[in-house]
Ligand binder design. Sequence first.
Ligand code: DSN
Length: 415
Amino acid sequence: MLSQSDPQVWNFYKREWRRQEEGLELIPSENYASLDVMAAAGGIFTNKYAEGYPKKRYYGGNEWIDEVELLAIERVKSLFGSPFANVQPHAGSQANMAAYFALLTPGDTVMGLNLSQGGHLTHGSPVNFSGKWYKVVPFSLHPETHLLDYDEIARLAEQHKPKMIIAGFTAYPRQVDFAKFAKISRSCGAKLMADMSHVAGLVAAGEHPSPIGHADVTTSTTHKTLRGPRGAFILSPSEETAKLIDKAVFPGLQGGPLENMIMAKAVAFHEAAKPGFKTYAKQIVKNAKALAKALLDLNFTLVSGGTDTHLILIDLRNRLLTGKEAQLALDAAGITGNKNTIPNDPQSPFITSGLRIGTPALTTRGMKEKEMEKVAQWMDEVLKSPADESVRAKVKAEIRKMAKEFPIYSDLIKE
Ligand code: DSN
C-alpha cells in the first residue's frame, strides 16, 4: 500500500484527489478519465518494452502487447472512420512533430494560427521546434469578429505557397470548417494537417465537423473532450502517408512506446464508441452554451461573442482584471480555469487579458445547464471582489457542497 510504503507521496496524491473532487474543473483541455482507463494506464503493461510496431518488434514477449495495440488501432480507425492510425505518440506535441517530419523538410513553409490568437506552440511558435526549423507564416483571426478569416488565409496561402497548412486550435471557441481549409490547401498545393486535439470527443460523437476526408493527416490528443488517458494518435488517409507517419514516430522520434497508455487509449476509444458518449458530448456543448449565456447576462465579454464547442474565452478587460489575477482569485475559490491571451492582447502571455474555460470535466460529473448558471454566478461574485478572502471562502464552501452531489472518484480513496 502506497499510503504505508510512501506516505509522503500518498499525502500529495490524496490532496490532489481532494482538489479534483471538491473544486470545479473548468480548464477546457482537462477531463476525468474513467476508472477503467486509469486501471489500464497504471497496469502491468507499463513493464514492457515494445519498440517497433505490432508483429514487427525489436523485443520478445510482445504477443499480448501486439493484440492490444492492434485493438487500439482498429478502435480509433472505426471511431473516426479513418483507414490508417498510429496510436504510439506519447503526447500531442510528438504527434504534431511526427506529422511535420513525415510531410515536410526542414526549411519548408507552413501556415498555422498564431499562438497568441488561439493556435498551439507546435503550430509555428518561434520558441518551438516548428518555428525554429520551418519557415512560418502565421495567420490571425478576423480583427473584429475574432472568427477564422478564410478569405485572408486563402490570400496568404496564395502569396506564400506553404507546403503545409495547419487547422488546429487550443483557444478557439467556434467550429472549424475543415472542408474550407482543404479547399485552400489544395488550391496552393499544400498538405492539410488537422490538429483536432480539443474537439476529438465532439468529432467522435458527431458534435463537431470531422477533418477525416479533408485532411492529409489528422493529429489528436486523447485526454481532452475524448476523455481518455494522456497521450495522442495520428490518423492518415492513405497507406503512403501512414508509412511516412509510422517511420516518423518510430524510429524517427520515439523509442519504446508506452504500451500501458496504448491499452488505456484502447479502453477510451471503446468508451467513446458507446451511445452514452454521444449524449455526453452533446451535453458538453449544451453546457458551454448555457455557461456562455449566463456569463454574457452577467456582463462578461466573450471572444467571438460566445461558443459552439466546449470552450469559452473570456475577455476580462471590461472587468479591469488580467487573466493572471482572475485565475488566481478563482483558484482560491475552488474554480480552476487558465489565463490565456485574447486576440491582439495588450498583456504578455504570462499575464494575459483572457481566461479560458470549458465544460468537458463538469459535464463528466453529470452537471447540466442549471449548474452552469450557478458556476457563472460564482465566477461573477469572485471576480467582482478578487482580493476579498471572505468572498472566496464563502464561494469555496458553496462549491464544495455542490461538488458533493456530483462525485467523480469518491470511492477511490478510503481515508
Ligand atoms: N496544453 C493544451 C491545452 O491546454 O490546450 C494544448 O497543448
